[in-house]
Design a protein around this ligand. Structure first.
Ligand code: BG6
Length: 504
């Protein structure tokens, strides 16, 4: 099926001179223009604090795209799609805590113009901007026009603040107008999780506690905190990655089949799973979490200062750069199946993956054979990034007269069949914002359910004066993370083992 072009719309970007706009939003819109999914009826109205006129923003973007081109990262930006779009970009400078700028936006938008307001600004501005948009009548919808607001993460910093932000926003606008972004949902491999489950009987039929032993969800990063010290010291790995990105992966893995692929049907099922996450007592939270911070060392061939010696990080910071959790999903399907999660910076490899380990088959019938070692369980490894793909690990008989087994893996690499490398990951999110499809956006109840499950860890750590455990840069994380899973007789999947090597 060929996707329809988006309807006419003005994308009003708050924070138009920032990094997100030039690195992701504009390149994604260029890609959408190139593929015909947005056309001449798309306009961009940038809003930013820096002085300047329309040409100021256009020139800024020119320079940035030129840099990308020179860096060889993207060769095709300097093409007709960009020049076409460039003419439809305008800019208003001003302070978006003041009313004038909203009056000006009102003047620039025609009364029947569709508009999507994109808040690419620090989170403290999310609530106030929505209030002002609403006070100025800019969020009112009619039969002729839609008005939507897209909000970046972090959405809240704990349960109370997420609830307060939702309350503030939903006091002014309808849930159907709010598009809470989680950029993981823009990744093809993440969207594919649902399709892989619900389009394949041989996967979905085994997808429950009768056959699955446990699930591991990992987002390990090579990058360190770098220049993001200020943000990161106030945030930490748990808040930065778990209630949003990793819980989105968990929800896709653990949700019940929706009645249809309608946005609300899917969001209902995802919210149900997040609401079923076990809310730990403070003691349970302590026992089921490990936090670490990287020390000084060498990473990827360069010297890395310890996290606590990084610019803008307090030397006695107790912020974690690594977290591992054991979580339980209290539903009929998942009773007794632990979900282990881990994420960290400055680790041994960039590797976002989901590993489903199935239960072992009975050994009895192999007693009289050469199979002396333990029979390895089947595993399904879903490689979210890099080298997107999937591996199914099974056991086969090794050739010869005796019965002996050999583990092998059946591999699928996206790159062997499709080219998904040239996208930013924001294309479907922006297109869906324009066509009014909320499937890939988070709903208020889902966000709050995620924070509710994370809150006991935040509370347990706030009450515990110990600093996170140090781990060496380039490692798999702190030693206690090994204990967390080993005490259950299980092992973490090795990081950076991308099973599907290019065929050559
Ligand atoms: C962001 C976090 O939301 O996601 C970053 O703030 C993290 O700290 C990033 O590095 C990871 O996203 P990706 O797409 O690079 O895996």
């Amino acid at each position: 099926m060929i996707a329809k072009p988006a309807p006419p719309v003005t994308l009003v970007i708050f924070g138009a001179t920032g990094d997100l706009t030039r690195r992701l939003l504009v390149p994604a819109i260029i890609n959408l223009t190139r593929s015909g999914l947005v056309g001449d009826s798309l306009h961009i109205l940038g809003v930013g604090i820096e002085e300047g006129d329309d040409e100021f923003l256009r020139k800024r973007l020119d320079d940035f795209l030129e840099q990308l081109r020179k860096g060889g990262e993207e060769e095709t930006h300097k093409d007709d799609a960009w020049y076409d779009l460039r003419e439809r970009i305008s800019y208003i400078s001003g302070d978006f805590t003041k009313d004038d700028i909203f009056d000006e936006i009102g003047r620039r938008l025609g009364p029947n113009d569709n508009a999507a307001f994109y808040l690419a600004v620090p989170p403290a501005f999310f609530g106030p901007i929505v209030e002002k948009l609403s006070d100025h009548g800019l969020m009112e919808e009619t039969n002729e026009r839609f008005r939507r607001v897209a909000i970046e993460k972090p959405f809240g910093t704990d349960l109370a603040s997420a609830r307060a932000l939702n309350a503030c926003i939903l006091d002014r606008v309808e849930e159907s107008q709010v598009y809470r972004l989680d950029h993981f949902l823009g990744k093809e491999t993440v969207q594919n999780l649902m399709t892989s489950r619900f389009a394949n009987m041989m996967i979905e039929a085994l997808w429950n506690n009768n056959y699955i032993d446990h699930v591991q969800i990992t987002a390990s990063e090579l990058v360190d905190v770098g220049s993001r010290g200020k943000f990161y010291d106030a945030t930490g790995a748990l808040r930065d990655m778990v209630p949003n990105h990793l819980f989105q992966l968990l929800a896709m893995i653990a949700m019940e089949p929706p009645n249809s692929f309608d946005a609300e049907a899917i969001r209902n099922e995802k919210s149900k799973v997040l609401k079923a996450l076990r809310i730990y007592t403070p003691e349970e939270a302590k026992a089921n979490a490990v936090r670490g911070a990287y020390g000084a060392g060498s990473l990827d061939g360069r010297d890395l200062p310890a996290f606590r010696e990084t610019k803008d990080i307090s030397p006695d910071s107790r912020t974690e750069t690594y977290v591992a959790l054991k979580l339980l999903v209290d539903t009929w399907r998942w009773a007794g199946v632990p979900f282990y999660m881990r994420t960290g910076k400055a680790m041994t490899a960039r590797d976002t993956e989901i590993v489903i380990t199935f239960r072992k088959v009975p050994f009895a019938q192999f007693r009289e054979t050469e199979v002396t070692r333990k029979l390895p369980p089947n595993r399904l490894v879903i490689q979210v990034q890099p080298d997107e793909g999937m591996s199914m690990e099974i056991s086969i008989k090794s050739p010869g007269p005796l019965v002996d087994i050999e583990p092998v893996s059946l591999d699928f690499r996206y790159a062997d069949k499709f080219d998904i490398s040239k996208t930013t990951g924001y294309e479907s999110l922006i297109y869906d914002l324009f066509i009014g499809d909320q499937t890939l956006f988070q709903r208020a109840d889902g966000i709050e359910a995620g924070w509710a499950a994370v809150q006991p860890f935040l509370d347990a750590w706030a009450a515990n004066p110990n600093a996170p455990e140090t781990y060496a840069p380039g490692s798999m994380g702190p030693a206690s993370a090994e204990d967390l899973i080993r005490r259950d007789g299980r092992e973490w999947h090795e990081l950076g083992v991308i099973l599907h090597k290019p065929r050559g």
